[in-house]
Ligand binder design. Sequence first.
Ligand code: SF4
Length: 73
Amino acid sequence: ALPKLPLDNPQAKALAYTENAAAVKHTLFKPGSDCANCNFYKGAKGQAYGPCQMFPQHSVAAKGWCSAWAKKV
Ligand code: SF4
């Protein structure tokens, strides 16, 4: 499995990545959005972490969020 994306990773910081979407207070945050329902998330259902196309070297939290979030299509 890919290592978890560190919160202090420069790209993670640039995109305001967090493991807890429930606590996000970002102007781009849409209520209900999280990594699990993001178009870039490729994790398996029911798994706490999974791959994200924006962070190819790491896994991200299913309940996480970042400002690159895009609705799953
Ligand atoms: Fe999560 Fe989507 Fe951001 Fe990846 S691009 S960290 S899946 S919100």
